[in-house]
Write a protein that binds this ligand. Structure first.
Ligand code: FAD
Length: 286
């Protein structure tokens, strides 16, 4: 828990890392974890490759975080590519490595999978895996939510309806998709409250540290880009050092504002960048 300069004494700060594509780069991510483990982090989450492509690396990195870096880890897992046997095996492996938190996701259609194969997955939604994980009894369960609506939902009301169902199955906490406009988050939180969703929600913040990141992030997440952020991009696109500084400042301002509004915590999409993560941490705790 992070003591901060505002009223919210127990604000949680956590971040996400992802496994490297090449096996030989695994030591690079261990180094990143070592670098950020010195911060007072509540947990570090580890993503899961589309369709389970790098599930072994997810478990290995989560184990490193938990046992070597001694920070609580949260392992992502997806319904895509999952069967009951594989789910049991995945949970057993994580338990053996002392990882006791999981982020249960549906996943998207991987590049090497046809739409037909994707549609035939055993577990259709994240919510279909939750009862089995809950019954297993060894894990705290987190799930994803979307302040600006999941791109496949007909409406935010529909999305929140299914989110409530997902929470009622035994979700302990939620992590949001990245957003750049805090107002969207506050409006979402109001709607969640009205729908009876009362689990802690970690606000997903992605620092835009270079001009190319924004386009990719927006096309993957569907998050809207406020004028203030697009202005930064227009101003600093040709100047990487200034763009990095301005992107970090933008994220710090977002987090400051979330703290002042009593948010439960922030989950930083660190993109495996230890230095930027530390700079943001230092700025919000000074
Ligand atoms: P779901 O909860 O299944 O929701 C997907 C859609 O179906 C929504 O429109 C929802 O409203 C609807 N829905 C939900 N339940 C039902 C139901 N019972 N009946 C009908 N409709 C329903 N992807 C990865 O591959 N690996 C990762 O590590 C990863 N990490 C992520 C971390 C976070 C914090 C977030 C926000 C996303 C992450 N993703 C990851 C991406 C995620 O897999 C996609 O966003 C995916 O499209 C949806 O996953 P979900 O778990 O939210 O799905």
């Amino acid at each position: 828990m992070l003591k901060n300069k505002y009223t919210n004494e127990n604000f949680e700060f956590s971040c996400e890392v992802f496994p490297p594509k090449r096996d030989e780069d695994i030591y690079g991510i261990f180094k990143t974890v070592d670098d950020i483990a010195s911060l007072d982090l509540d947990f570090i989450s580890v993503t899961y490759g589309a369709g389970g492509s790098n599930s072994k690396k997810t478990a290995m990195i989560a184990a490193y975080i938990e046992n070597i870096a001694e920070v609580q880890s949260l392992a992502h897992m997806t319904a895509v590519g999952m069967t009951p046997d594989r789910l049991k095996e995945t949970l057993d492996v994580l338990n053996k490595k002392s990882v006791s938190r999981v982020l249960v996701l549906r996943g998207d259609c991987p590049r090497n999978m046809t739409r037909e194969e994707f549609d035939q997955r055993y577990y259709q939604h994240a919510s279909d895996m939750i009862p089995e994980i809950k019954a297993d009894g060894r894990f705290e369960i987190s799930a994803a939510c979307y302040p600006e609506c999941h791109p496949e939902s007909k409406s935010l009301d529909d999305d929140i309806h299914f989110l409530k169902e997902k929470c009622d199955l035994g979700v302990n906490s939620l992590i949001t998709q990245m957003f750049f406009d805090n107002e969207k988050f506050y409006q979402f939180m109001d709607r969640c409250e009205k729908a009876g969703i009362d689990v802690p929600v970690h606000a997903g913040i992605m620092p835009i540290t270079n001009a190319n990141m924004l386009g990719t992030s927006v096309s993957l997440s569907g998050s809207s880009v406020p004028h203030a952020l697009s202005e930064l991009l227009a101003k600093y696109a040709e100047n990487p050092a200034d763009m990095r500084e301005a992107g970090i400042e933008y994220a710090v301002n977002q987090i400051d504002d979330l703290m002042r509004h009593g948010a439960y915590g922030v989950h930083l999409y660190s993109m495996n960048k230890a230095k930027a993560t530390k700079e943001i941490y230092d700025a919000i705790t000074k």
